[in-house]
Write a protein that binds this ligand. Sequence first.
Ligand code: ZN
Length: 314
Amino acid sequence: MPDGPAPDLQGESAIRRREPDPSRRDMTYPPLPEALRVGVYDNHTHLEIEDGEDGLDWREQLDRASAVGVRGVVQVGTDVVTSRWSAATAATDPRMLAAVAVHPNETPELTSAGGIDDALAEIDRLAGLPRVRAVGETGLDFYRTGEAGRPAQIAAFEAHIAIAKEHGLALQIHDRDAHQEVVDTLQRVGAPDRTVFHCFSGDAALAQLATSHGWYLSFAGTVTFKKAERLQEALAVAPRSRILVETDAPYLAPVPVRGRPNAPYLVPHTLRAMAALLDTDPSMLAAQIASNTEAVYGSWDAEPPVPSAPPRRT
Ligand SMILES: [Zn+2]
């Protein structure tokens, strides 16, 4: 494993700190869950965002993940700086692949400021780098962005879809309170071959519709929440070949550690809860999800990471 600091490109630091939320009482990282016997991947995480009182850096996060059978992660960018960091960091560690995009909540302001074309050109360049295997997270968020921001979000979503198709990459969709418009956009412009609804938040009807198109549903800690019946029904009707698992860390920690800092090493809680809901064996479900995840993003081993320092000759 290379050591030394994470890539800090062109002097920009991508490392962010999660904003404190007074409703969260326990800000320490939870203990490691029992290791999975069959490994899976966390296909959506944000390791550049530090959280908790006892902040863990991205390498410690990945070490903990490895210790409990989480073989690798897809590290997801949300703007140009974090997308560059994701691509550069994935290039140094075999446990990480990258996704690059400008998040839909960022696109309206960037569009009014005249910066969207340059940002999309940079995402397009990053999408061509080794170990960048997805364009995301992109999509539509009508929860945080009002009517006025919608045209900018839709235009940027379409541009991201085009980048994914051009590079033959998977698409990771952020869909918040915008189910119909997300589906309409995918149908209007044509979805990439591998399309993932990250942190799926729809009901059984949307699960059936999306999977009938061959799209994937990625379940986060939200599926473990007590009041998540609609989401649990969606899981139940989805073909097993279309299910993925993720953390969206540091957000959305699963039961029984809800409210605490989230991290890829906590995926086993979500995986086991999903297996219980589906009345199946966790190892069987993990094997299925691992193979689905590799079908979407390819192998984590396919392109050997570039060491950050040249190997020493003896
Ligand atoms: Zn995310």
